[in-house]
Write a protein of this length. Structure first.
Length: 43
């Protein structure tokens, strides 16, 4: 089935950079959340 939800295979360099920046931001937020959880557990 083809249509609006088809996954692309090839991306421009600009798109790759944007995806990597978003991924990095997500990882940084996850790391912050983990650090906060560790602090909570250590109380």
């Amino acid at each position: 089935m083809h249509g609006c939800c088809e996954t692309r295979s090839f991306f421009t360099n600009e798109e790759k950079i944007e995806m990597l920046k978003e991924y990095k931001d997500s990882l940084e937020k996850e790391a912050k959340g983990v650090a906060e959880r560790i602090k909570e557990l250590q109380r």
